[in-house]
Design a binder for this molecule. Structure first.
Ligand code: PAF
Length: 267
């Protein structure tokens, strides 16, 4: 597996590549959810490329950035074991050569749901994804459905800016008890880890979104939202306090809810 640390090195490497390229952008902190994306990229394409870039502009909370569990050495070994052919791992100055003067701004979706609770988050995500797609020039780029609002925004951006890469959505990977895999799960203490799968369970409960939010609050979650959008029920909620606080997001298709009729709460 080739590891490229500078933009110049990457560009020379990319120019020499032939064949279909599948791309998995990541923040690092790789887990089995990323493994599924990398394996899919390797199966669908001649080459699978992974980026490891802990993107500071999408972290509205500096403590969240500082505590993000990513280790370059571990991530490189993990990416290679999943079949990655190359890893792009640039530093912050190389990606933000403009000092983040130029940004992708979207509205209204990026200000709703997670965006309402994480100001600037989606501008950071869309900006870095556009930079990475322009550098990597993949035939296909793979994103998990766990971050469903992110996926919708990236699809919209790709369409709006005539990006040639196909945006491929991949199903959420879960632990045996239903908890959606996330790098942040590593920060849950024993009590938080025991509570966390109840988020997924609550999403599948009958009744309106408000009722589900109330039920989660009673269980001990600090709920940002429960909402029905994109033909899915989505939720974001935190467990714990202070330094130990961990924010979880999840969503399931409406078809997995027991009711017969559903109404989206937004466009
Ligand atoms: O979903 C993520 O891991 C990140 O938001 C992404 C898409 C790699 C952009 O930094």
């Amino acid at each position: 597996m080739k590891v490229l640390r500078s933009i110049g090195e990457w560009r020379r490497f990319r120019a020499a590549l032939t064949g279909g390229l599948g791309f998995v952008p990541t923040l690092g902190g790789l887990h089995a959810g990323h493994a599924a994306l990398i394996q899919r990229a390797a199966a669908d394409n001649d080459l699978a490329v992974v980026s490891l870039f802990l993107n500071p502009t999408q972290f509205n909370d500096p403590r969240d950035l500082a505590s993000y569990p990513a280790s370059l050495e571990d991530d490189l070994a993990y990416a290679e074991a999943q079949g990655a052919h190359a890893v792009l791992a640039p530093d912050r100055e190389a990606i933000y050569v403009d000092g983040f003067r130029f940004k992708v701004e979207e509205s209204p979706l990026s200000r709703e749901l997670c965006g309402a609770h994480r100001p600037g988050h989606f501008s950071g995500v869309l900006t870095v994804v556009l930079k990475l797609l322009n550098l990597v020039k993949p035939d296909r780029a793979y994103f998990g459905e766990k971050d469903y609002q992110q996926l919708e925004l990236i699809r919209g951006m790709a369409q709006a800016f005539f990006i040639d890469s196909e945006i491929v959505a991949c199903p959420t990977v879960r632990d045996a008890d239903g908890l959606a895999l996330s790098s942040r799960n590593a920060r849950l203490d024993a009590a938080g880890r025991a509570l966390a799968p109840r988020l997924r369970e609550a999403l599948a409960c009958p009744g309106p979104d408000g009722q589900v939010a109330d039920a989660l609050s009673r269980l001990g979650f600090d709920v940002d939202y429960v909402a029905t959008r994109f033909g899915r029920r989505l939720a974001a909620a935190s467990i714990g306090k202070g330094e130990g606080r961990v924010r979880l997001i999840d969503n399931i298709p409406l078809a997995m809810r027991p009711e017969a009729t559903h109404h989206d709460s937004g466009p």
